[in-house]
Every structure is written in structure tokens, then in C-alpha cells.
Design a protein around this ligand. Sequence first.
Ligand code: HEC
Ligand code: HEC
Length: 260
Amino acid sequence: MILFRLSHGLVAALVLLTTGVAQGDDRRPPRSGLEFVAPGLRQLQEDEFANPGMLWVMRGNQLWREPAGAANKSCADCHGKEAPENAGAAAGYPRFDAARGRPVNLESRINLCRTEEMRAPPLAYESEPLLALTAYFRHAARSQSMVADDSGAMTAVVARGRQVFEQRRGAFDLACRHCHELNVGKSLREERISEGQSNGFPTYRVSWQTLVSLHRRFQACDTAVSAEPLALGHDDYVALEAYLARRGTGLAIETPAVRR
Ligand code: HEC
Ligand code: HEC
């Protein structure tokens, strides 16, 4: 019996059956979280006119064309007017940035363009404009397959991500894999546990009435097992993001997904 603490402080009892066969087989095709949501949420996600996450995508489209910073340039000036011409690249983040000697995710790549190409201040993680631009870019890559760079310097980053995924944490001593590999399909409160894939991020959460980044979701899962969440953009969250991209390779991008 494991106690699952909800973010608003309630404690609910949950029986996690850990006797099942491990589902962490890498050769199994990955399954999108969409397969695990209630039918109403699925409908909401699939209807572009009703999907609340589309508000951020539209805002991103606006921001894409607005000049900013001392260089007075817009993203569109360099990347093309319509849906970003290199949208496909969004499917392959995080990538290793050789010039800076570190992995960067889409959020930090956008901020590098802000600071270095536009001479504008970086956008705060989880701020409306950064969520909007990230969602706009990922939405433009919708239906393309997730790909993961796990060659060269990224090999170590992906390996670190896997370690983080398998590390027990928090008062309940649970690792990500205890839920997202060993208990996939089981019910936890009003949700069915999915594989914890990243193909729908940023994602609209109905219970929070906002779009959330992947790192914000990591924080929520860490908090749920009473572990101290890491800072948004933390190296270990970027590593986790790289591992999830590797694990979810082949899944279609579904941004913006809709979840509870
Ligand atoms: C002055 C030109 C310029 C502006 C303005 C600019 N970028 Fe870029 N952007 C670049 C260049 C050059 C690269 C490639 C850098 C590299 O590969 O190191 C790039 C790369 C990117 C990438 C990665 C693409 C890939 O193939 O991996 C993304 C995403 C991106 N920019 C988003 C944005 C967004 C969003 C904005 C507006 C907030 C923006 N950029 C504004 C020049 C610009
Ligand atoms: C106690 C069980 C539990 C643990 C441990 C846990 N999660 Fe979750 N996680 C959930 C539940 C429940 C959801 C919401 C339903 C779903 O999509 O699986 C969720 C959702 C997610 C999602 C969103 C999936 C989607 O399709 O929208 C991701 C990504 C995720 N978790 C990653 C992680 C990572 C990474 C860790 C470890 C840091 C972790 N989770 C630890 C229970 C857990």
C-alpha cells in the first residue's frame, strides 16, 4: 500500500501492484498518453477549434512576427513568415550545442535566439510567451515523429536521464519507472497511468486551466511522491527530457495535448 499525496494536500490510499511484469522493454512500441485519457479529453485534444491549448499556439504565431529587442528583429525575419520552416527540428530536441558544450532543449534554444540574435532579454521558464512560442513551434511539427539525438555527446546525457528515471525519490521512495513502466494502465485517483511520454508537450491541463511545460509536469510528479522538485530547466530535467525523447522515438507529436 502506497500513499499518494495530491498536490492540494489530501492523502489518498492507493494500492500499487508491483508484481506485474516489467513493461520497460525497449523493443515495445511506445504508446502515447492519449490512449489513456478519458474520451472527453481525447475529443477536446483532437478538435483544433475546441482545444484550449490552441490559444497559446495562436499567441505564439503572433509573437513569432513581433519584432523585439535591440536588434528589432522578429523570429519570422530569420525563420520565415509562416509556420517555422525548420519546424521539424522541434521534433528532435534536446540537442547538444557544441558551441556551448551543453544540451539545450527547445525553451533554451528559443531563449538563445532572443539573447544572441535579437538582443532581447530571455523569457522566463513557464512564462506565457515562452510557453506560446514553444507550443507554436512544436505544433508546427505536429504529426511528425519524435526523434532523439543520442549520438556523440548526447549519449551521456540520455544515460543520465535514464538514471534519473530509475532513481527512487521522495517520502514514498518511488522512481518514475515505478509508475510509468511497472504500473502502466492502472488507475490512480481519476487518472490512468500512462507511459509518461513527452510527445504532447507543452500540454493543456484542464485541472490547472493552463498550458504546462514538460518540466512543470516533472515537478508535479516529483511533488506527488513528496520529492523535492528540481528547478525548471535543471540539468537533470533536461537529461530526463532527452531520455524521454529517446524512449518515445517514433511517437507522433501531438502538441498541444489535453490532460487532466
Ligand atoms: C537574427 C536571426 C534570428 C532571429 C531573429 C531568431 N533566430 Fe532562431 N536561429 C537563428 C540561427 C542563425 C539559428 C541556428 C543557430 C545554430 O544552429 O547554432 C537559429 C536556430 C533556432 C532554432 C533551432 C532550429 C534547429 O534547426 O535546431 C529555433 C527553435 C529557433 N531558432 C527559434 C527562434 C525563435 C522562436 C525566435 C524568436 C523568438 C528566433 N529563433 C529568432 C537566427 C535567428
Ligand atoms: C506515483 C506515480 C507517479 C510517479 C512516481 C511519477 N508519475 Fe508521472 N504521472 C503520474 C500520473 C498519475 C500522471 C497523469 C496520468 C498520465 O498521463 O500518466 C503522470 C503524468 C506524467 C507525464 C505526462 C504524460 C502525458 O501523456 O501527458 C509525464 C511526462 C510524466 N508523468 C513523467 C514522469 C517522470 C519523468 C517521473 C519521475 C520524475 C514521474 N512522472 C513520476 C504518476 C506518476
